[in-house]
Design a binder for this molecule. Structure first.
Ligand code: ADP
Ligand code: MG
Ligand code: MG
Length: 250
């Protein structure tokens, strides 16, 4: 589904990704872990097509298409979803309005009819219930005054509505208390754990992986994957720290 091959990328002329390779098949859940500044968020941004993140080498294919040749909205329409480490606030735009625009923009790009008001509301209510999110919250401006946990749960509602094939989730667990962590984990499983979908979880800690069990765990350091293992690698990182594991893999 996703094949990243020897990817190099720079931000503000500073090389960050230095030969990153990773392949993800349908039905798989992958986790990328790594120290602060390793290039985890950069990986997500490059795959999502964020301006300012310049690819200087390598290739990425998504379902056989050259992902890097697509604009961000084309990547989304192709089935890619990027969850942000720091979701943005948008004063003046209600969450339901935002979600409906996003869902229908994506449908339009795929040549599908827009959802009717009723159909959209039904879908939004189902996804909100899955994330234990009150519909009244979604009538408020996007993320304005939301707690860290509410922002992440709202983002998972957005993911449920857009129904992507590949979700790249950047530190979805940061700022979550135990209950919100479990709710988000269960939401990710309910929405994404399907034979035709895949997830790339970017995380510092192993705790989210207790809920969303990865098939593969990768360690990113200095802009490359330096180790790959199963779920046990996340436990080893938690116990021994990144430094020991990165050196072992070097
Ligand atoms: P991680 O998510 O693994 O903590 P990031 O991908 O956010 O790491 O950052 C990787 C490196 O890129 C860091 O050293 C960071 O300081 C640098 N970086 C990120 N954005 C910029 C920017 N706009 N200008 C310069 N350096 C940046
Ligand atoms: Mg970080
Ligand atoms: Mg980051």
């Amino acid at each position: 589904m996703l094949e990243i091959n020897n990817l190099f990328a720079s931000v503000a002329d500073k090389p960050i990704l230095k030969g990153l390779s990773l392949a993800i098949n349908p039905g798989e859940i992958h986790a990328i872990m790594g120290p602060n500044g390793a290039g985890k968020s950069t990986t997500g941004y490059v795959l999502g097509g964020r301006p300012g993140y310049e690819v200087t080498g390598g290739s990425v294919s998504f379902d056989g298409q050259d992902l890097l040749a697509l604009d961000p909205h084309e990547r989304a329409a192709a089935g890619l979803f990027l969850g942000f480490q720091y979701p943005v606030e948008i004063p003046g735009v209600s969450f339901v309005q935002f979600l409906r625009e996003a869902a229908n923009a994506q449908r339009k790009m795929r040549g599908e009819e827009p959802l009717s008001g009723g159909a959209f509301l039904k879908l939004a209510k189902e996804q909100a219930a899955l994330l234990r999110m009150d519909m009244d919250m979604l009538k408020r401006p996007v993320n304005v005054g939301f707690s860290g946990g509410e922002k992440k749960r709202a983002e998972m509602v957005q993911m449920g509505i857009l129904d992507p094939r590949l979700a790249i989730l950047d530190e979805t667990d940061s700022g979550l208390d135990i209950d919100a962590l479990r709710i988000c984990g269960e939401g990710i499983n309910a929405i994404m754990r399907r034979p035709d979908k895949a997830v790339l979880l970017i995380t510092h800690y192993q705790r989210l992986l207790d809920y969303v069990k990865p098939d593969f765990v990768h360690v990113l350091a200095n802009g490359r994957i330096v180790r790959t293992g199963g779920p046990e690698l996340a436990h080893q990182l938690e116990e021994q720290g990144y430094e020991a594991v990165v050196q072992e893999g070097a």
